[in-house]
Design a protein around this ligand. Sequence first.
Ligand code: UDP
Ligand code: MG
Length: 320
Amino acid sequence: MSASLTVLVPAYNEGEGLREFQRRTLAVLDGLALSTRILYVDDGSSDDTWSVMGDLARADARVGVLKLSRNFGKELALTAGLDHCDSDAVIILDADLQDPPELIPQFVARWQQGADVVAGQRLERHGESWLKRATASAFYRVMASLASTPVPRDTGDFRLMSRRAVDALCGMRERQRFMKGLFAWVGFRQEALIYQREARFAGRSKFSYWRLWNLALEGITSFSTLPLRVATYVGVLTSLAAFGFASWIVAKTLLWGESVAGYPSLMSVMLFLGGVQLMALGIIGEYLGRLYMESKQRPLYLVDVHAPAHGSASTTVDAD
Ligand code: UDP
Ligand code: MG
């Protein structure tokens, strides 16, 4: 039996572009000497994505579909998809054709040469604003200096993973999921494949700056406790400075006496300390909040409908 490959496609309101996606992807898969499948994950879309997926699944027996009960976000849509793949390798592809399916054979070749993870690394970002490029670059720099497992630069979710890498990833059931970090954490033999990221085929990006900022916070807090330590150091430094300043005031008063003055200095010290305390509390709060969410042990996502690809056999639809 030949090795199997699943192309995993998370989609949220991508109805417009999916047909073109399937046309291009199947054309590539046809040329591979593997048993191939496509698994679409509908992440609670509000447009016609789900009905388009239904059509696409009917049109080709290699296509399976999974519908989540609501919009859980790309990270969880990916997790759901990976949980429902049983092939020897999985390739994650965005539905918007920003990651060209024509590169799949190159990924597969690297995998067949023994790589466990082949990650697409963006050479240039076409169709993305200057601001997005600058913020993304800043983020990778911060992550590199904070996190204990460095996140490779400019690698998105476009990647191929071997069975054991997928299994390792599926073993991590944390709710605050920062996939880029988890991918890196898994380890094994990881390789980068440089490619040009295209502009979107249709629709628009689902990631607003606010969402990206929150994703960045998620990344930092799930892979580093350094901010907590920074809060400690800032506290220690401020106490030392305060101690020095207090000694100086006592000495000054003893030596020269004190006429009541110093409202400005009093005020600035008070405000400064107040600010430092609030900041430290905020940092602790960020971590505590995540601990709280984690402690609830809710399921990561809920599946509405799962209709796996059925090859040439009859359709099976199970709702769970
Ligand atoms: N996506 C998803 N759930 C979401 C947001 C996005 O499944 O809540 C999918 C989306 O349909 C696309 C991929 O994730 O296939 C990447 O999204 P997008 O193109 O908006 O991100 P960008 O390329 O701008 O980073
Ligand atoms: Mg995109």
